[in-house]
Design a protein around this ligand. Structure first.
Ligand code: GAR
Length: 201
């Protein structure tokens, strides 16, 4: 079975959901590592409680992003990691990791890309007055929030919705979408063709 690393920066609710789906057999991969750039991230404790190995490294402990990512790469190699899923990982992934894992890094973004890129997408869509936003799972490439899209799900913003209600709907959509996308990847059904992702049936 392929071994997955899940990268987080914060609470790790997507990570938790992914690990649960692994345990239920809905994602046919092993949760080999949860990595965080914030060694105090609450999600790391949760991962340990699930019995998943964890590692944390701070960017500020390294002279450059390149050295930081080389150190991450060593950890990934030592745990025999085959692919990476970013789940609320708030660092931009650089060429060292992207070139080591070509077509093997997924990200979840809480908006319908290419709209509302960046770190505050739910709030940005809400403040903009959008009536429809959503969730995107995509391959990571060298541009931020840009790689080929695997799955998207729309989420409506009701006229009476406040921000917390929208956040709740977005997270519910994330918990449905990410495990499906990961399972498509591990079952070898995804093929990248230019900007597009083809899904074999
Ligand atoms: C998720 O909503 C994820 O889509 C978002 O961070 C949240 C992490 O929550 N990611 C981004 O905004 C990336 N640009 P979690 O730690 O509870 O899974």
């Amino acid at each position: 079975m392929k071994r997955m690393a899940i990268f987080i920066s914060g609470r790790g609710s997507n990570m938790e959901n992914i690990v649960r789906q692994v345990k239920r057999g809905k994602i046919r991969a092993e949760a080999g590592l949860v990595f965080s750039d914030k060694p105090g991230a609450p999600g790391l404790k949760k991962a340990k409680a699930f019995g998943v190995e964890t590692a944390g490294l701070e960017r500020s402990a390294f002279e450059s992003k390149e050295l930081f990512e080389k150190a991450i790469l060593e950890i990934l190699k030592s745990r025999r990691i085959d692919f990476i899923v970013l789940a609320g990982y708030m660092k931009i992934v650089g060429p060292v990791l992207i070139r080591a894992y070509p077509g093997k890094i997924l990200n979840i973004h809480p908006a319908l890309l290419p709209s509302f890129k960046g770190a505050h997408a739910i709030r940005d869509a809400f403040d903009y007055g959008s009536r429809v936003t959503g969730v995107t799972v995509h391959f990571v490439d060298e541009q931020v929030d840009h790689g080929p899209i695997i799955l998207q799900e729309a989420v409506t913003i009701g006229l009476r919705d406040r921000l917390p209600a929208v956040e709740k709907k977005i997270h519910a959509a994330e918990y449905r979408l990410y495990p499906r996308a990961i399972e498509l990847l591990v079952s070898g059904k995804l093929k990248i063709k230019g900007r597009k992702v083809l899904i074999r049936s």
